[in-house]
Ligand binder design. Structure first.
Ligand code: UFG
Length: 329
């Protein structure tokens, strides 16, 4: 059975490709390598280098491969960048999905798993957040994911393309052997930045906002390990292949950790001081994001193995120590 993975050279995509191969699937990856790394793609997968918005290129792949399902990660994912350049996000993410759906319709591929985000909710009215809660994105990145989810709904009705949107909360960690992990440039996410300070690559961590309505005044987030996330994608795909209906699932640990707690945990794991200072709030940051992931656990039978935030940081640190100069293209 062949699975097409657009964005399979990226952080979450490359972990999912490994997981698919470990579970006996045949995998074709499409990636323009704008942010992904060809060396992160499992050598047992076929890598097609190019852009999902390029219809000619995509037609060639769909002609050549006999695709049973698509797990789609390709897109831009930096929230602050999306605030400054929204068009890039609607072009790359929304138009990218439109092209992919056109191909799926034309070649009769009926199963799609999509990498969505907690960013579709915006500032939640209550936590933990349920899939049925109001969606009201506060940035173009989240808006692009929500638009795509809506397009997927209509593609199901019109063309019978069954799809699952997985709304991730905060992803962290790396592969168990430390061969692949999170390596964005520029980096904007908390755990890799904290670890860059531990490595001495940055002088200090800036903690954005200390007067939120939380226990210690800093933002609270729900962290999920990238290996558990990879597992969820394969479960979602199997759910569709077994006749499951289109649906949306939150993926999180359902536990919240404040930014201060992450810093403390990182100090413990790395045994380094990690200098930090308080800074102004970052625009668009909701105070608290915690997932209610009951639905993924019951319907998909998802059982995350790395719910402990120290394990997530330990695995990210293991990756960082193995790659002092980051991943090479
Ligand atoms: N933070 C700092 N200092 C930093 C970097 C981050 O204090 O140098 C704080 C942020 O303000 C936030 C927390 O750390 O409070 C987590 O920030 P990240 O950038 O790591 O992650 P976000 O919660 O902003 O983003 C995550 C996903 C996005 C998704 C979003 C949903 O990475 O893809 O959740 O709101 F859109």
């Amino acid at each position: 059975m062949t699975i097409l993975v657009p964005g399979g050279a990226g952080y979450i995509g490359s972990h999912t490709v490994n997981y698919l191969i470990k579970n006996g699937y045949d995998v074709a990856v499409v990636d323009n390598l704008a942010t992904g790394y060809s060396k992160s793609v499992n050598p047992k997968a076929r890598l097609y280098e190019g852009d999902i918005r390029d219809k000619e290129f995509m037609s060639e792949i769909f002609d050549k491969e006999s695709i049973d399902a698509v797990i789609h990660f390709a897109g831009s994912s930096i929230v602050p960048e999306s605030m400054n350049n929204p068009i890039k996000y609607f072009d790359n993410n929304v138009y990218g999905m439109i092209t992919l759906l056109e191909m799926m319709e034309k070649y009769h591929v009926k199963n799609l798993v999509f990498s969505s985000s907690a960013a579709v909710y915006g500032e939640p009215k209550q936590v933990p957040i349920k899939e049925s809660d109001i969606t009201n994105p506060t940035n173009p990145y989240g808006e692009s994911k929500l638009i795509i989810e809506r397009i997927m709904k209509w593609a199901d009705k019109a063309y019978g393309i069954n799809s699952v949107a997985l709304r991730y909360f905060n992803v962290g960690g790396a592969s168990v052997d430390g061969s692949i992990g999170e390596n964005h440039n520029p980096e904007t996410h908390l755990i890799p930045i904290v670890l860059q300070v531990a490595e001495g690559k940055r002088d200090k961590l800036q903690i954005y906002g200390t007067n939120y309505d939380t226990n210690d005044g800093t933002n609270i987030r729900d962290y999920v390990h990238v290996v558990d996330l990879a597992d969820a994608h394969v479960l979602a795909m199997q759910y569709l292949l077994n006749g499951g209906k289109s649906d949306v699932f939150n993926l999180g640990s359902s536990h919240g950790f404040s930014n201060m707690e992450i810093l403390d945990a990182a100090r413990k794991v790395t045994n380094k001081g990690i200098p930090a200072e308080f800074a102004a709030r970052r625009p668009g940051d909701p105070a608290t994001l915690i997932a209610d992931s009951t639905k993924a656990r019951t319907v998909l039978n998802w059982q995350p193995k790395y719910e402990n935030v120290e394990k997530i940081i330990q695995s990210a640190w293991n990756f960082v120590e193995k790659h002092p100069n980051g991943l090479s293209k």
